[in-house]
Design a protein around this ligand. Structure first.
Ligand code: ZN
Ligand code: ZN
Ligand code: ZN
Ligand code: ZN
Length: 160
């Protein structure tokens, strides 16, 4: 590649990236709004959410509900969410890291604290509290599979 073409491809690339505003989470360019918490472009899609559906398809809702940034804003904490002691105290470490580093964040926690993996009290499988299904009782956690097994045995015992 000679110098001239190299320069040309560089400018072309630049033109493509700074165009219309797009959702910082999924990249869509239609029907955007800005987040209240951090002023980033995001899909104005909260109306798509069906109550009690537990659907995770709304960028706006996901950012507000499942990130420290959204939580910090909703709870009206002072300062930055990244070094907010109130946010840190509100969640167990694993969830704090999940809320601070999941894909619903525009900016992720730079130095997330270390935590011991949560393990199923019955089979010992590692449970990811942010991503996996589980149930908890006190400080004991059961993975999704063991939760089902446990429910079945309770049901069987009750029937007897
Ligand atoms: Zn989006
Ligand atoms: Zn935000
Ligand atoms: Zn906070
Ligand atoms: Zn288990």
């Amino acid at each position: 590649m000679d110098m001239a073409t190299k320069a040309k491809s560089k400018t072309l690339k630049k033109k493509k990236s700074d165009g219309k505003p797009k959702c910082g989470l999924c990249g869509k360019t239609k029907k955007l709004t800005k987040t209240e918490c951090c002023g980033q472009w995001i899909c104005d899609d909260e109306d798509k959410y069906v109550l009690f559906s537990y659907a995770m398809n709304s960028c706006y809702r996901n950012h507000r509900r499942y990130t420290l940034c959204g939580y910090h804003h909703t709870e009206e904490h002072p300062g930055e969410w990244k070094d907010c002691p109130k946010c840190r105290d509100s969640f167990e470490t694993e969830m704090y890291v999940f809320y601070g580093t999941n894909e619903f964040n525009f900016e992720k926690l730079e130095n997330p604290p270390a935590y011991l993996p949560t393990k199923c009290a019955r089979c010992g499988a590692v449970i990811s509290l942010g991503y996996d299904g589980y149930s908890s009782k006190g400080d004991k956690y059961l993975c999704e599979e063991c939760t089902h097994k446990e429910m079945e045995s309770i049901y069987r015992r009750a029937k007897r």
